[in-house]
Design a protein around this ligand. Sequence first.
Ligand code: ADP
Ligand code: MG
Length: 442
Amino acid sequence: MTNAWQNLLEHLGRSGSISPQTHETWIAPLRFLHQDGSKIHLLAPDAYFAEWIKDHISDVLVRAYEDATGERASFHFSYPTALDDSKESRAVPKPDLNPNFTFERFVPGDANQEAYTAARSVAKKPAKSFNPLYIAGGVGLGKTHLVQAIGHLLVATNPSLVVRYVSGERYVNSLITALRSRDNSKIDAFRNQFRSDCDILLIDDIHFISGKNRSQDEFFHTFNDLYHTGKQIVMCGNQLPADIPDLTEKLRSRLQWNLVVEIKPPELPLRIAILKDKAERMGMNLSDEVAHHVAEHVDTNVRNLESVLANLQFRCSMLSSEATIPIADKVLKELFKVGEKPPVTAEMILSAVARQAGMQPRQLKGTSRDRGTVAARQMAMFLCRRHTSMSAPTLASFFGIGSHATVLNAVKKITQELAVNANTKKQFESVSQAIEQLRREI
Ligand code: ADP
Ligand code: MG
């Protein structure tokens, strides 16, 4: 698409419709951003430049474009806004943020330290530290909390900035609504709120855009526009950009253009610290012993820790009792069936699949191309993705294969086969039973 602009530049050079000096002063510094149908968006170095160009040169551009292509186009100029520019004259819309999701209420620890530090740094120096910032992590690990914490701090410290927070799902749905209306003013309004009328874009659960081509295309242009005008973009998703399926490569490259940080499930000391911090805020007396006990049994995510606390508080108030280990055990059992069955691990899956295929678990690891081995390995990978929180790269190294793409292919292949192949379905059911058997044996 840059070609439209390059062709126009060449045409201007050949036609002599502007002097070389005007060309050098006013045309050469312009940068092509993108083209929406007949609208060509260019970046000027600053506001004055953009105004001048609009008043004095854009007619020449329109005519030259028509001469060169036989079509009419309009030219739109944006310019980088210093993020701390004051914009007193306009009413600044406030993002819709959860009041609890602040940095003060976020407990940092090994599992989230990188993400926490990066988020603070972006909130302190938007567009000047890491741009874009991408936070990856499983469910309930604090992605939304951190992304919104950036929003809170920016709104508090830079009241003139327009901070937009939107989930991937809402972004896609609003775009569809705007497009369905076939009303250009609605489509423009959708676009502008995330482009010209936006200084900081916080986009949650961006993985929702997977497989949605129209939304990916729209977001790609929005991303470029914001990035080239010096605006901060923060995104989070439940997978690393490299692992999100059905994403165009050009958008994937944008997601991982700068810093990608991953939040891991909290380790024991962090789980204890989070429990203590939250209990204190809830006005609940939680002894070290009970906190430790709960933290040992809930190692999945922070949302689950919160739900234990809420249930524990309720039970204790019904019993007019302090939180004790027996009460905590009751809550744990009710919520997570703790004490009944251990979680499914990759080792369990490996041995169940191997048992069914009449192999040794270690034979499933490595790169053997033997058909039976490949099929069993693919099933094991599929089950690992389904039952464990291991990412595709972690699984690639667990299985001793080079590329995580192999894991993603395996998942795709088994998913497809399950829908059409009775044998695969039978194999899946019998391995699932074997896994359940192993859980009971432990
Ligand atoms: P995600 O978006 O990754 O699914 P959330 O950000 O919604 O997870 O976090 C789930 C819950 O856990 C929220 O209530 C959040 O406040 C809390 N939480 C997550 N991590 C932390 C942390 N490190 N300190 C305090 N609360 C946390
Ligand atoms: Mg979230």
